[in-house]
Design a protein around this ligand. Structure first.
Ligand code: AMP
Ligand code: DBH
Length: 542
């Protein structure tokens, strides 16, 4: 059985094949074409895997999963951090046509439950090192709540029958892969979201493989590439822009960092002669601070290219990269839904510093819409509308949301406000969607508001962004309650619901009433103006 999803209309599918964007090969081809390559593919804190080993280990695991009854069309919930096993698991699942959701390692109970209830997974792969899976308490409840789960494998498990590493070590000869068809769903990507429940994005082999090949071409990844993956491994950006899969496609080498801090990364860059990495803007600021503090960028000598994306990079910060880090900058404006824009390696300085690049594929269609849906000319700010060979056509099982997110011609409205330059470069100018971009980590306001409303003393709540020098944006919850509530208590309430730490509001403000727009919605624009007049040093009102 294959997964139901919104496919591209037949005439588009034909066009994308004719133009060579869709090649009808599974994503596993990225690895199997290197099956006899003994060069290093991947390095984490625990070990090194060559391409041959990565391929063999994923064959082993795929066989082990088959023997345990997993079949094509099943789904899996996976939560692994920046460890080699992530890609052993990813390829193993694709090889047997099992469709995964890769949760972020920062995700907690609420996110995992939401994903599981959307996909009804047959398999759970998790890590004993994650706080939720340190013992069996959560696991037992989770299994009871999701009876679709038939198998569990744990990294660092004590018992062999649940041990991911034992399954990976099960020898497997003459393995024949049976991935899902190339025009079917390969895996689900996670949306940053703007609604109450986190949405899933079906990605097909054809569309995702194309986004990787096109990225590799734009970014010149090849066998000389030594890429540091310092962002969360499951995120679309380090997976595909060109990310780990781009490294594998080019037969380069990837090194995994536990986090993007300068302390961790500078050492790895020096040790492995890393020449390219991808960061979000706040990490760039911290790297520049570290260079100032330590008085040297010596450790970063090998670094040739720094990709920055996930949130808007200010021009002042951008300008410091070349001088102080001593490498080229590439801006990356992408989304798990598809469209990725890059500044090109040979662009002039004004484009690299002042724009977020332009779409990576000539097959990408992009225009700017006003509120009535009319196309706006260059220079004017409006909503980003896009469709193309690797931009999805619908969130998984979300007909109502899809009706709003797409126009009648299949253009996706990302909720970003942009303008186009005369020569077709994108500038990100703001956002319409009800989301906070906290240094690249996206928070759907509605998700947090719903959790706040579960508090017995909270009558109403609105989450909005407030400017922050380091993170770009932080989150502030305006709440109406009959009694004063301490922010520690409110954070505890949210933690008890089990959500990722980055989603906890940075500040709480109690108000008498929330301002409304003429149509009766909470006027978040007005709420955000609270911060316009404040200096950044002003203390938080709690
Ligand atoms: P997600 O839905 O989590 O994949 O996040 C995608 C969103 O991140 C985009 O729609 C933008 O709002 C934001 N984003 C990504 N890259 C950039 C960038 N370079 N500049 C500004 N915003 C960005
Ligand atoms: O923020 C993103 O989601 C993102 C940023 C850069 C992304 O998905 C990508 C590149 O592919």
């Amino acid at each position: 059985m294959s997964i139901t999803f919104t496919a591209w209309p037949e005439n588009f599918a034909r066009l994308y094949r004719e133009r060579g964007y869709w090649i009808d090969e599974p994503l596993t081809d990225i690895l199997t074409r290197q099956a006899n390559n003994d060069h290093v593919a991947m390095i984490d804190a625990a070990g090194i895997l060559s391409y041959r080993e990565l391929n063999q280990q994923s064959d082993n695991l795929a066989g082990a999963l088959r023997r345990r009854g997993l079949v094509s069309g099943d789904t899996a919930l996976v939560q692994l951090g920046n460890v080699n096993e992530f890609y052993v698991v990813f390829f193993a699942l694709l090889k047997i046509g099992v469709v995964p959701v890769n949760a972020l390692f920062s995700h907690q109970r609420t996110e995992l439950k939401s994903y599981a209830s959307q996909i009804n997974p047959a398999l759970l792969i998790a890590d004993r090192d994650h706080v939720l899976f340190g013992d069996d308490t959560f696991l037992d409840t989770f299994l009871a709540q999701h009876p679709s789960l038939r198998q569990v494998a744990l990294r660092n498990a004590e018992r062999a029958e649940q041990s991911l590493s034992a399954w990976i070590a099960e020898p497997q000869e003459d393995f024949t892969a049976s991935p899902t068809a190339a025009d079917q769903v390969a895996f689900f990507q996670l949306s940053g979201g703007s609604t109450g429940t986190p949405k899933l994005i079906p990605r097909t082999h054809n569309d995702y493989y194309y986004s990787i090949r096109a990225s590799v071409e734009v970014c010149h990844f090849d066998s000389e590439t030594r890429y540091l993956c310092a962002l969360p491994i499951a995120h679309n950006y380090p997976m595909s822009s060109p990310g780990a899969l781009g490294v594998f496609y080019g037969a380069g080498q990837m090194v995994l960092a536990a986090d993007p801090s300068a302390v961790v990364c500078f050492k790895l860059i020096e040790q492995h002669k890393i020449n390219v990495t991808a960061l979000v803007p706040p990490a760039v600021t911290l790297w520049l601070q570290a260079i100032e503090e330590w008085g040297s960028n010596q450790a970063l000598n090998s670094l040739k290219l720094l990709q920055v994306g996930g949130a808007k990079l200010g021009e002042t910060l951008a300008a410091r990269i070349q001088n102080e880090i001593g490498c080229r900058l590439q801006q990356v404006f992408g989304m798990a839904e598809g469209l990725v824009n890059y500044t090109r390696l040979d662009d002039d300085e004004s484009h690299i510093l002042g724009t977020q690049g332009y779409p990576m594929s000539p097959g990408d269609e992009l225009w700017v819409a006003d509120e009535q849906g009319n196309a706006l000319p260059a220079g004017e700010v409006g909503r980003l509308m896009t469709r193309g060979p690797y931009t999805f056509r619908g969130y998984y099982q979300s007909p109502e949301h899809n009706a709003e997110a797409f126009d009648e011609n299949g253009f996706y409205c990302s909720g970003d406000l942009i303008s186009l330059t005369e020569d077709g470069y994108v500038k990100v100018e703001g956002r319409l969607k009800d989301q906070i971009n906290r240094g690249g980590e996206k928070i759907a306001a509605e998700e947090i508001e719903n959790l706040l409303l579960r508090h017995p003393e909270i009558i109403n709540a609105a989450l909005v962004s407030m400017p922050d020098e380091l993170m770009g944006e932080k989150s502030c919850a305006f709440i109406i309650s009959n009694i004063a509530l301490k922010s520690v208590a409110l954070r505890r309430h949210l933690r008890e619901q089990g959500i990722a730490e980055f989603k906890l509001p940075d500040r709480f403000i109690r108000v008498e009433r929330l301002p409304l727009t003429p149509v009766g919605k909470i006027d978040k624009k007005l709420l955000r103006q609270t911060f316009d007049a404040q200096s950044p040093t002003q203390s938080s009102g709690e």
